[in-house]
Design a protein. Structure first.
Length: 298
């Protein structure tokens, strides 16, 4: 059984579009929607839509009692899958993604041919069809930054090249096996937003898991407009997550050096917005003050 897991927060229209495209283009056995404690009527509207479309056998909505972020919301869905479904694979999709072809089938083939592997898609910008990223991004821990891999490249320029691989697979489209969940565990919920999938895959690597991008799996991302998401909240959460990640995996001395470098880069990049500068620096200091247990493989 293959479960498609979609996390919704306050955006029922994008979520419904995502569900429709998944059911239309793929042969997923079940779509599980987790409403992450939306304060609008998202859960009611999505549930009513499922009822109106008579999709009870294909789509299920569950409501989280608290918004505990990307990791917490997905963990809630994974826990539900573990107790309610006998599944083999789990496809995590952002709710602001949609399909125009069967993006799942080549991913399944890829993961079946490559044991202990996490598989991602080529993520396309909905605005112009160019790459948002080839699977994920490249991590620069010392700078506290990540860069989307092959961003802006033309879709047709991508070859079936096994050498093309980012440092991590983006959570927009992430195919896992049940054995991955059993061995590696759930996402770390301390981040709330950003770095969860990077952390997850970093831990997985110590268990021998690899990552791979399926070059024939294409997923469109509605939320890829660029500067539209670069609010003060974004900079706070993004910089805080970068510091927490370094504290967990790279030690205190590395983290302090990274914090200074990140602060300098942040000020230069956001020099035209004092609000963004302030929020980003605040995120760095909150990350430094937050207690984090250094990760060691048990």
């Amino acid at each position: 059984m293959i479960i498609s897991l979609i996390l919704n927060w306050m955006d029922y229209s994008s979520t419904i579009k995502c569900i429709e495209s998944v059911l239309h283009h793929t042969k997923t056995d079940k779509v599980l929607v987790v409403d992450n404690a939306s304060t609008n009527d998202s859960a009611l509207i999505i549930r009513q839509w499922i009822n109106d479309q008579n999709l009870h056998d294909k789509a299920v909505l569950i409501a989280n009692h608290v918004n505990n972020g990307y990791g917490g919301g997905n963990n809630f869905g994974i826990a539900y899958c573990n107790t309610h479904f006998d599944y083999e694979k789990l496809w995590i999709l952002n709710n602001d993604c949609y399909l125009e072809s069967n993006a799942l089938a080549p991913m399944v083939k890829c993961i079946d041919q490559n044991k202990k592997t996490i598989v991602g898609s080529v993520i396309l910008r909905s605005s112009d069809g160019k790459l948002e990223c080839y699977g994920g991004g490249i991590v620069y821990p010392l700078l506290g930054k990540a860069k989307l891999y092959l961003k802006g490249e033309d879709k047709d320029s991508i070859k079936n090249d096994s050498e093309l691989c980012p440092d991590y697979i983006m959570g927009c489209s992430l195919l896992l096996t049940k054995s991955f969940i059993d061995e590696v565990g759930l996402m770390d919920e301390m981040y709330f937003m950003y770095s969860e999938e990077v952390d997850w895959q970093r831990r997985a690597a110590s268990f021998g898991w690899k990552i791979k991008v399926c070059p024939t799996s294409f997923v469109f991302h509605l939320g890829s407009g660029g500067s539209g998401g670069r609010s003060p909240t974004y900079h706070f959460m993004r910089n805080k997550a970068a510091i927490l990640y370094n504290k967990k995996f790279n030690g205190l001395a590395f983290t302090i050096l990274s914090a200074f470098l990140l602060m300098g880069v942040h000020i230069i990049i956001e020099r035209k917005s004092m609000k963004n500068i302030y929020s980003g620096i605040q995120g760095i200091f909150v990350g430094l003050k937050t207690k984090v247990n250094r990760w060691k493989k048990s």
